[in-house]
Design a protein around this ligand. Sequence first.
Ligand code: ADP
Ligand code: MG
Length: 603
Amino acid sequence: MTMIRRLPETVVNRIAAGEVLERPAAAVKELVENSLDAGAGRVDVIVRDGGRSLIAVTDDGIGMTPADLVLAVERHATSKLPTDDLSAIASLGFRGEALPSIGAVARLSIASRPAAADQAWKITVDGGRTSPPEPTAQPPGTRVEVRDLFFATPARLKFLKQPATELAHAMDAVQRLAMAMPQVGFTLGDGTRTLLDLPAIPGDLFASRLRRLAAVMGRTFADNAVPVDAERDGLRLTGHIALPTLSRANAGMQFLTVNGRPVRDRLLHGAVRAAYQDVLGHGRHPLVALFLEVPPETVDVNVHPAKAEVRFRDAGLVRGLIVGALRAALAGAGHRTATTIADDALSRVQPTARPAGSGDAPAAQRAFAWPRPSAAGAPRGLADAAVAFQSPLVTTGSEPDADPSPDDSLTHPLGSARAQLHGTYIVAETADGLVIVDQHAAHERLTQERLKAALAEGGVRRQGLLIPEVVELDARRVQHLVDNADALADLGLLIEPFGSGAVVVREVPALLGDADIRGLVEDLADELAEHGAALSLNDRLGAVCATMACHGSVRAGRRLGIEEMNALLRAMESTPRSGQCSHGRPTYVELKRVDIERLFGRR
Ligand code: ADP
Ligand code: MG
């Protein structure tokens, strides 16, 4: 016979603690959240020994009375659910579990004083045993100290990583919370040094947030960020996202905050991937910091023990908002590329010439503000670009023109073409520097954008092949192509099955000119196979257009005349997203005259 018995409360609390407190950083997160919920203007954190020997969080929030202190360390006691309504949670905490959980597995002391009180009180909980409050000295606010974390749960203690690793996790937790709260000052130290110092930034939230993001994610991010601001059906998405030319090999720099709560959300990463799909290659991840505000009743925050995940009532709506807002923001960035590109180029030419504070250089480049195509202007610019660039697409091997006309203006952002080098690079002179364009990458991007624009306007013009081309493929890839044949036809590619191991191509997009059809079909099949059914063809459209564009682009090695080169530059200026190819590599590098002068020691 089994004997069912009720577990003692200390055991129950330790079990609960195991869920809430995965590692020291989780305790840091819970305590800082409490400080923020208490309306703190300043939060100071100390994490000694990776949080094992001491975690201390001090705030200047509303504080607690002795009676509050007693309740605060009891399980399921909270001040944050005054109406018992779990469907409209506005605070970071709501379960009343953090303090009792910490008290169950560590030595906890809380000293607190409400602003109106002239006496502070302190309560201690030691491995689950609570002592009554006693008077202590403490300025208004609350100081929580956690010593010997997990001493009461040796199993958890064994799984702790090196102090430096645990400290890094704790810093990450504080930084995530700090991003959304620029009006609150934060510090974090390890007991001997201050590792994080984020002063409170007053003023307009958009501006102060960018400064806070610069402090947390780095100046480079802030210098190369594009603002996001979109609203749909009562949901508002704001924040900043990086230009595609500033990407990372992992998604560690993608942050989402929902109603002020930092969350890790697969939906976010998927939506970001979709939004950057045709401007960034596989394996590259953009940097984003996004803040989503939704009506509290449309999101369930009570789905994860550490409150790190949320569930949206209408996930499709949120995803659509993110993808749409990010795409619009990237299109608004026109042909901008990251300022880091020129820095990289220069440091490679002359590594020692860059002053240590080469963060100054982007300032010079920032001053050069690109004219941003307006939302309404972009498609028109694209149409113009298509016209302007029509001839270079069909003519081949025209002779370089004579000298550029004297009235030739340098006022265009990408300047006036001067020469073509190695049959690959266009060199242009601008008002205050020079621009080097990778003609293949640039043309590929323009073709891709024109394909997408043509598609949006009701279909891509097709061109019949005199002799249909048969492409042999394995059965699985044939199937992927046949499954998507209708959508591909909209894109101008007419494909039919041809026996079991081949397809026959009858028509191709006219835009592509003399494309390598076999290569195109093989790449498209791979492209379709890679994602399986995970993304609809429509979601992958940018990437499919990119694959097509790559096969129809001006190859490196083709001679271009000055007029053709200038047409390409003008088309880039008026085409959204033209600053990078579909893999996130820049289509051009700009060197400022001051930088060139530095290279030659003239400055
Ligand atoms: P929750 O945050 O879910 O309410 P906690 O166990 O973290 O649960 O905290 C319990 C209660 O203690 C809170 O509801 C709050 O009233 C009080 N409290 C905790 N930390 C602070 C603090 N730093 N300042 C003021 N009150 C606090
Ligand atoms: Mg809490």
